[in-house]
Design a protein around this ligand. Sequence first.
Ligand code: KG4
Ligand code: ZN
Length: 352
Amino acid sequence: MQILGIETSCDETGVAVVRDAVPRIRANLLHAQLADHAPYGGVVPEVAARAHLGQLDRLVRQALAVAGVGFGSLDGIAATGGPGLIGGVMVGVMLAKGLALARRLPFIAVNHLEAHALTVRLTDDVTFPYLVLLVSGGHCQLLIVEGVGCYRRLGTTLDDAAGECFDKGAKLLGLGFPGGPAIERLATHGDARRFPLPRPLKGRSGADFSFSGLKTALRERISTLGERLEHQDRADLAAALEVAIAETLADRTRHAIVQFRRRHPEGRHLILAGGVAANQRIRATVTTLAAEHGLEMRAPPVELCTDNGAMIAWAGLERLRLGLQDGLDFAPRPRWPLDPTAARARGAGVKA
Ligand code: KG4
Ligand code: ZN
């Protein structure tokens, strides 16, 4: 089985061809829109949608050429159907539907979060059930993955996502966007102990997250340092922020592990997924946590943690081989919770 996957939910245009034989990834092309959004200091939805439109035709042609296949050797066309910036999602979904109709192929609308949660099965032989810490720019969730389409949400963020905290922290420190990689680079020269920052919700029951207080604490620390931050001040603050985020994620995940164990004593894996999973300190912290609880930590390679087409193609493949596909009347979804039955979290800006 071989699937073309299209990702357009945020600021990366990704197109990939993935199959269920080794090597699984035949082509995985990415156009990052960093330069388009840089003047605005963040992703502008309208700019993103137009940039996806401008790149997609070329990327689809190139992906097929790199994979050395034509439409005739595809079994389906998958695109991110949500959640995400709706203009971009519409661009990807419309192209996928058009190709599926013209080539008489199945169309699969993929939930972007599901794609992050299943990526580890593209690269590693991980079987269900497993626990996922899904940390990205838009989402921060703990999920039990019991099968394709079977997700149990144990926790979500009550305000900002972990990636958002990195991005907003980077902005406060005068670094570029996206903030995560910039903070990580700077933090390597920093002393995390110089500026103590809080660990929001640490020790509280449940597995929900909160990050907005951490950002405020960072802003207050910065204001006590006066007008000009020296390089070492910025490095120490970056390290303090990175460690605070890592330890907060670990504390909340510890609670989720207990719940996972209770429900699935046979479960063996703790998976780290989403853009923030590219962070080496967070990978190390979560690896230690998993080992302490007799679980094995797995995370996709860094380039498959941040948004990409291969994860969409793979999730499409996992769905299609179970006979799951979507009609051409599928409507793109700005919000699309993976676990509609999850208890509603209460907070300032709860993410679905
Ligand atoms: O999964 P992703 O590419 O897009 C969303 O679905 O949101 O995640 C992007 C997020 C951004 O907030 C970015 O700052 C963060 O992932 N990120 C990182 C690193 N690389 C990307 N955060 C910390 N350390 C990194 N190395
Ligand atoms: Zn993502």
